[in-house]
Design a protein around this ligand. Sequence first.
Ligand code: NAP
Length: 248
Amino acid sequence: MTDNPRRTVVVTGGSRGIGRALCLAFAGPDTSLWFNYASAEDAARETERLVQSKGGSARGLKVDVRSEDDVKRFMKTVLDETGRIDVLVNNAGITRDGLVVRMKESDWDDVMDTNLKGAFLFSKLAARPMMQQHGGRIINITSMVGVTGNAGQANYASSKAGLIGLTKSLARELAPRNITVNAVAPGYIETDMTASFTDSTREHVLSMIPLGRAGSEDDVAAAVAFLASDSASYITGQVIHVSGGMYI
Ligand code: NAP
């Protein structure tokens, strides 16, 4: 999408972790960058500052991806200010781990609403302007465990598997309008989300990674940047695994 004089990029969950790395990967003078976050005010301002230090501009708004009203308000602001949406990255996500037999209904609902319904709401509202533009890119951050499953993460794995179904269905719906929809499936990336791993869990996970190291936020951002680039214009409905070979 580099031939647009000024493109609009929306990243959900841009205050921390992979979302911040995504904002930095897209940052530049030709990009109007918008992101949202749940509550981490200081972290959101830091993302804005880091983007500015790369010569770009970013605005982070406190918007709950689970709320249709919030998402509508956010997208209206973006469209009022920039008139277009070129790239949407559905990145916001949470975990509420536990074995199914002990999992609370609220832990199931929170994870599904954030990880899957949030992506649905953002995609629905981004699709219309993209259809009018006859072009756009939607990239969903799923997870390796959405493909493999994981004991203790039935809610999370189900939400991420659902995201792959959403990706493939939306890719078919939007292809006639030159909009591609793909997913990136990270393996083990060192962020706040994985910071609570014990040393033994971390060692165990690392032992399952053929490339022998944890992934970085930048590893994920590079795959997303590729899918958003002109070079990926003939790729749609795909899942790119960024897991150091943990999933082959
Ligand atoms: P993270 O560091 O915990 O950051 C999560 C981001 O999502 C934050 O910006 C957070 O906002 C935002 N968020 C959470 N709930 C939200 C809500 N209801 N409304 C709006 N924003 C919300 O997570 P991460 O590790 O960067 O993960 C990013 C994505 O990659 C997630 O979808 C995750 O499932 C996926 N992923 C991560 C890994 C990994 O190993 N880390 C592996 C596979 C997939 P606040 O800062 O305000 O809380």
